[in-house]
Design a protein. Structure first.
Length: 87
């Protein structure tokens, strides 16, 4: 998968994750893209553990896997942040 595909899948997945989990999260477009790209790694790893194909290219399955990973990362971020407020 090329770099441009990673960026596009990351952006779409990050936007979908933030849409599925609305709240006060940091970052703009760049952080959202990085969230989606990291989500692709996490989601691909988890789906691979279950015997499925992880992120396989620029397709719907890859976006779904990346979104799953991004939602998990957002949940972990919020759990670690706890009740603390950002300044």
């Amino acid at each position: 998968m090329g770099v441009i595909s990673w960026i596009v899948v990351g952006l779409i997945a990050g936007l979908l994750a933030k849409l599925l989990m609305p709240g006060d999260d940091p970052g703009g477009l760049i952080i959202t893209t990085i969230l989606g790209m990291a989500g692709a790694l996490v989601g691909g790893f988890l789906v691979g553990l279950l015997g499925g194909a992880g992120v396989t290219g620029f397709n719907i399955w890859s976006v779904l896997v990346a979104t799953l990973g991004a939602v998990i990362l957002l949940a972990v971020y919020r759990a670690l942040l706890g009740g603390r407020r950002r300044v």
